[in-house]
Design a protein around this ligand. Structure first.
Ligand SMILES: [Zn+2]
Length: 493
């Protein structure tokens, strides 16, 4: 065949491929953007097919005949506000009230007669009337569903336990007494500040998932002698956890604050295993005793894991090299990582009946110490040469995921955890729960296989592009025909 003819055929074929099937003249990038709201709907539909039915079950005391926006619509508006990381309630009124946005919202919430997106104050008006516990229950339904479809099977510690980190974080702070429940703190200069803290339990995994399961506000009751504290909230939270997930095999990951006999007992009563950071100060006498015992009788309990990996060392470019567009001179070097595990099981303490199990992990990279942990491990967890690595890497060390992936992302990753979306004490907590729901869904989207992360560059870009799509493109639910498969566990870090 003529060479010219071949070239023409190639161009013809290429044009045919480039032509959009639905006839709309979109470039490739726009088509990818269009997918994001579809992906949101597909992900929620895949994991939680009854999501809107759950929203409908939330009690709504508003006059149902007179309202323009159903509870599903108002809750979805809040979820989208957080998913697209707008950061303030005002953004609903300022940025979310386009025709396309309304159409997309209508498709998600299922309110057929929706004519416009509500004003931010109208959303808040509804939130002020909802009940917080019903929103917590919504999160529980989401988590139960994930557990039921076995989406989290591969994260079970020792093939059995789900790892749950419990930790407190400051959520709101005020310069004045905001409500009767506020905690008050006074610094050395006598300056007073009022706070709302939250004790959060999240299912954490070694590859960075952090899914909220339940939480407890640390706040004062109407009449109190002593302010509420983390430990008291801890007892309430583990009781709530056990009530909400009756049969779930749990391993609770805790920091040094919770190392104490009353806490261990409470955990055992609730049929929970635990790995708790063990520091000298928490139980000084037990610390000295167990460490001495381990040093004397546990000399053989040492496991060393060595790893060598090649890393790239990028040199700095000079101005001249940049001008000439010369690539920097790349080098690679070998990094040696060494993890040393030591352990001792069943150390009997002279003072009481408890037997303590000690596990330590020291990580060195090129001779430099990266971390040095000591944990106490509950009696129900098998501690031996075969399990120490898993207990440390997929257990104890995962506690940090709640701090980094959890609180840090919610505070600094665009969710505005510390931003008070409403000062009303009741609505304030509802906004916080909606944030948790959005954060939950967001992780399923960004870690699912439907999002081609390389197109968006980063997780925050996905949120921003999703917002653009909400604002400028129409999402049609009919286009969700093909069956989807989502696999969790794709590392986004
Ligand atoms: Zn308050």
């Amino acid at each position: 065949m003529d060479r010219k003819l071949l070239a023409a055929e190639r161009i013809h074929k290429r044009d045919k491929l480039d032509q959009p099937a639905d006839g709309e003249n979109l470039c490739k990038e726009q088509k990818e953007e269009e997918n994001l709201v579809k992906i949101l709907a597909a992900t929620v539909g895949h994991y939680f097919p009854e999501f809107n039915a759950w929203l409908k079950q939330i009690s709504d005391p508003r006059e149902q005949e007179a309202i323009d926006f159903t509870r599903e619509t108002q809750i979805w508006t809040g979820i989208i506000l957080f998913l697209t990381k707008r950061g303030a309630r005002k953004k609903i009124s300022d940025e979310m009230r386009t025709k396309e946005f309304c159409e997309n919202l209508k498709a998600l919430s299922g309110q057929e007669n929706l004519e416009r997106v509500a004003h931010g104050d109208a959303v808040n008006y509804a939130y002020m009337r909802f009940k917080e516990e019903e929103f917590e229950l919504l999160l529980v339904k989401m988590m139960r569903r994930l557990l039921r479809v076995r989406a989290l099977e591969k994260y079970r510690l020792l093939g059995r336990y789900y790892t749950i980190a419990i930790d407190a974080t400051g959520v709101y702070s005020f310069d004045y007494k905001h409500c009767e429940q506020c905690l008050m703190r006074e610094d050395k200069k006598g300056n007073k500040k009022w706070y709302h803290f939250k004790l959060q339990a999240s299912l954490v995994t070694w590859d960075g998932l952090c899914l909220p399961m339940a939480s407890e506000w640390i706040e004062n009751e109407a009449k109190f002698n002593k302010q509420d504290c983390e430990i008291r909230a801890f007892y309430r939270l583990i009781e709530k956890l056990r009530k909400l997930y009756r049969q779930l095999p749990m391993c609770i990951l805790l920091d040094g604050l919770y190392a104490g006999e009353p806490q261990f007992k409470a955990l055992e009563e609730k049929r929970m295993e635990w790995v708790v950071v063990f520091k000298e100060g928490a139980m000084p006498e037990v610390f000295d005793w167990t460490m001495k015992w381990k040093a004397e009788y546990g000399l053989e309990n040492v496991l060393v894991k060595k790893e060598r990996k090649e890393i790239g060392v990028r040199n700095k470019r000079t101005h001249q090299e940049r001008l000439m567009r010369n690539k920097p001179w790349h080098q690679t070097r070998i990094v040696e990582r060494e993890r040393i595990y030591t352990w001792m099981q069943g150390i009997k303490h002279w003072n009481n009946q408890r037997r303590y199990n000690l596990l330590t992990c020291k990580e060195k990279e090129d001779g430099r110490i990266n971390c040095d942990y000591i944990w106490l491990v509950s009696n129900g967890l098998l501690l031996c040469r075969e399990t120490v690595e898993e207990l440390s890497e997929k257990g104890g060390r995962c506690r940090w995921k709640q701090e980094n992936e959890g609180f840090n992302t919610q505070k600094n990753g665009g969710y505005g955890l510390e931003h008070c979306y409403c000062r009303d004490p009741s609505a304030m907590k509802i906004w916080n729960r909606v944030l948790e729901i959005a954060y939950f869904i967001s992780q399923l989207i960004t870690r699912g296989s439907l999002v081609a992360k390389e197109i968006y560059g980063s997780v925050i870009n996905i949120a921003h592009r999703m917002f653009e799509h909400f604002r400028y493109f129409n999402f049609k639910k009919t286009s969700l025909r093909r069956r989807i498969q989502i696999r969790l566990g794709w590392n986004t870090s």
